[in-house]
Design a protein around this ligand. Structure first.
Ligand SMILES: [Zn+2]
Length: 195
């Protein structure tokens, strides 16, 4: 028996029209002329870009019974992450390594990437994003353990301020066996390619 759950998110959607007006105001505040030929369509483009970056695609979460009794780590490596830092509204991007030790149910592998997207398409800080993915998997899959590592470069650090270009921030969230058992934890980090 498979179990399906339509994943909907209670987030308030983006008011694209209001965002377009606000970008026009922002251009004026930045000393630019939104009436100029080059900038005429910029407010609309920016509003749509933010809307896209803040709206995850809905997906059906299909879980399957773990009939074979698979009890080794399932790990998806280098899932692309694109998100927006809530402090600067600038992107941060990188990869997520998401693993779990199955309990009674397993999840379609492609769904791990959709869970990452579900929380990445929001105004975020990397620490919270990492934890939300781990908590969601724990709550929906009841696995024996969950591990999430995100490595990301933050444009607010690369382009301004300290200008730490190329520097990556690494965050992790571990649950259950992966948190408690050093051997499992080590195996997870080794498979994720983190030493
Ligand atoms: Zn920032």
């Amino acid at each position: 028996m498979t179990a399906q759950l339509r994943v909907v998110h209670g987030r308030t959607g983006v008011d694209v029209e209001a965002a377009r007006r606000a970008v026009t105001d922002l251009l004026v505040a930045l000393g630019r002329d939104p009436g100029s030929e080059h900038l005429a369509d910029t407010p609309r483009r920016v509003a749509h870009a933010y809307s896209e970056l803040l709206t995850p695609r809905e997906f059906d979460l299909t879980t399957f019974p773990n009939e074979e009794g698979y009890d080794e780590l399932v790990l998806a490596r280098s899932i692309p992450v694109q998100s927006l830092c809530e402090h600067h509204l600038l992107p941060f991007h990188g990869v997520a390594h998401v693993g779990y030790l199955p309990g009674e149910r397993i999840l379609g592998l492609s769904k791990l990437a959709r869970v990452v997207e579900l929380f990445a398409r929001d105004l975020q800080v990397q620490e919270r994003l990492t934890k939300q993915i781990a908590d969601w998997l724990r709550d929906h899959l009841a696995p024996k353990g969950v591990g999430v590592v995100i490595e990301a470069e933050h444009m607010c650090m690369s382009l301004r301020g300290v200008r730490a270009t190329g520097s990556r921030t690494v965050t992790s969230a571990l649950k259950g066996v992966l948190r408690e058992d050093p051997r499992s934890r080590q195996e997870f980090f080794a498979l994720a390619g983190i030493s």
